[in-house]
Design a protein around this ligand. Sequence first.
Ligand code: GLU
Length: 421
Amino acid sequence: MTMAFKERSSTESPLDTALSQLRRAIEQLRLSESDWNTLSTPRRILEVAVPLRRDDGRVEMYKGYRVQYSTTRGPSKGGVRFHQNIDLDETVALAMLMTWKCALANLPYGGAKGGVAVDPAKLSLAENERLTRRYTSEILPIIGPERDIPAPDVGTDERNMAWMMDTYSVNAGFSVPGVVTGKPIVLGGSLGRTSATGDGVAILVREALKLKGIDPKGATVAIQGFGKVGYWAAIALEQMGLKVVAVSDASGGATGFDSVADLKKHVQESGNLSSVPGTDSLTNTELLHLGVDVLVPAALSDAITEATAPGIKAKIVVEGANAPTTPAGDAIMNDKGLFVIPDILANCGGVIVSYFEWVQDKQNYFWSAKEVKDNLNSILMRAIAEVSDKAKGEHLTWREAANMVGVARVAQAHHLRGLYP
Ligand code: GLU
């Protein structure tokens, strides 16, 4: 499967983007050069070789990573990505974003990210299991419920989390559900975790529409991505009364369908979105340029760039993906007066319910779906209010305000803990 999303250029790497946003937040917060040195440096990086015995007996080697960007406010936390294009720089950038995201949601976590540079679509189920277990065993010394807690990300899901939990537990000699989140329910997963990131995106769309005075009933939305984030966001938005007019995956997009659930059924049968009978196809770029009320980039990084931003017609952009916008793309959207809800706020519903899962695992006491939903809503509403107040009070974009809230909280924790020795 070829990726329809833009290839990265060295000047627009996610790490450059993340560092330039951090630089700006540090300047706006009037923090010191020492703070910049502290906050721009990842704390622990592990690069591992992951050998895989293919089903036909051949042995292949893959590169794996785990980056613990920060542990200042608690154990580091973040997903594991299986994607052929990941590298260390991107993993560092995503681990940095997790740090500000957890701080913005005020979760007692630092930030981390990991992954293996592999195309999971090319692995059999048994190969995927062996790769997941070997990767887990390579990073075993640095993960754990009190150290660093992995979760699903692009290319991984609850099956991978079950294998990670089992590999860790077998080595510990007892069951350790709290070592990963996003697990199947029967292994100590949380109700509502599967849809949590999409549910959070939908809550942000709801609040953004309210602020713009647009009635959600009949408002239109286009979603780039139809995976763990895009699909669940589409379902939740449809339930809120919005009309989902187009969605896409790496194969391309579809428009002119009756309902998202119907579309999903076809995708499960035919494999991808570009060839669903009874729908019209469109490219990922065409989807970004549809005349809708809300655009949700919920796929990979670098979707909204210098090249694609000028054609965006939506009034509101809610970033379901991590780092979908380059600085140049962001500047163009701001000039056009678009209301952009940044990734660390828009998609933080996932890690919020991961936090609930970890709390439930620690207590061996499990919550109802309603408790999860209500608590997700209240944490998100608190974060939205903080960002909105800051943006309004200091005439900032929501991206600037969200970064400042997250970075300030981590900086304050550093100052209070002091430097050892
Ligand atoms: N991978 C998700 C993210 O980027 C979830 C991370 C987690 O739950 O730890 O936010």
